[in-house]
Design a binder for this molecule. Structure first.
Ligand code: URA
Length: 239
């Protein structure tokens, strides 16, 4: 990668500002001053220093956010705040994107990364990665619903869903449930409940594959995944 691109990506200034930095002799690669913005470096194997301090480079960033309601799961939006807007600039420089979408009003676990390969594997319909949601439903959820979901239900567009595992946590005039599905159709959880004549009034994603929402994260907060969590995700195979 070009040295000017590397430094600009890491937030050390615009390409123009980085060029000035280089010209000033502040940047060294393996103890040799580099002034040429076009010089290529391999930040994985070479040490790059700025005013004597090694720059911290990593190729990939993996973040877990507890998505708050009211923000969009996208990198850009003309009207609304996005989950990327909630990130610190030092994280935004890695150009991460959300892995899949949660509706604007949905809360909970959102993985944000710049690892396209991992994102692709987690989102591929062929992989059937299970996602578990907690939801509040506007009326009584019954054993018939559990059975219907276990067979799959027909959505408003005629699509027959794959089986979903529905657990009733509390049933009443409002019910608390957990639902695990292995697909990611548009508004899937809400539309599955519509298919049985009920409405989701609150929705939170609790897990995605092996990744569980860190309950210590407040809404809108995020943290880097641990090395262990990254390994779990990379090695994840649905059985
Ligand atoms: N299903 C929905 O209906 N909405 C979400 O945000 C996620 C799953």
């Amino acid at each position: 990668m070009r040295i000017d691109k590397l430094l600009a990506n890491l937030g050390y200034g615009s390409r123009k500002e980085v060029k000035q930095l280089l010209k000033s002799g502040a940047v060294k690669v393996e103890d040799a001053v580099v002034k040429d913005a076009k010089q290529h470096v391999d930040p994985n194997t070479q040490t790059v220093t700025l005013n004597g301090e090694a720059i911290q480079y990593k190729e990939y960033i993996y973040l877990m956010m507890n998505k708050p309601p009211g923000v969009i799961s996208a990198t850009e939006d003309h009207h609304d705040e996005t989950v990327i807007d909630l990130l610190e600039l030092e994280d935004q420089v890695y150009e991460p994107f959300p892995v899949g979408r949660l509706d604007k009003d949905t809360e909970g676990l959102l993985l944000i990364t710049n690892d396209g390969q991992l994102a692709h594997r987690l989102l591929s319909p062929k992989k059937h990665v299970p996602k578990t949601y907690f939801a509040v439903i506007d009326r009584e959820v019954t054993e018939e619903d559990v059975e219907a979901f276990a067979k799959g239900v027909v959505l408003d567009d005629g699509y027959h869903t794959k089986p979903g595992e529905l657990k009733i946590i509390k049933s009443g005039i409002r019910s608390d449930i957990e639902l695990t599905i292995t697909e990611g159709k548009f508004h899937q959880v809400k539309r599955m409940f519509e298919a049985v004549g009920k409405r989701v009034v609150y929705l939170q994603r609790m897990s995605m594959g092996p990744l569980k929402l860190d309950e210590t994260l407040e809404l809108g907060e995020y943290r880097e995944l641990t090395d262990e969590e990254v390994e779990l995700l990379k090695n994840y195979q649905v059985t």
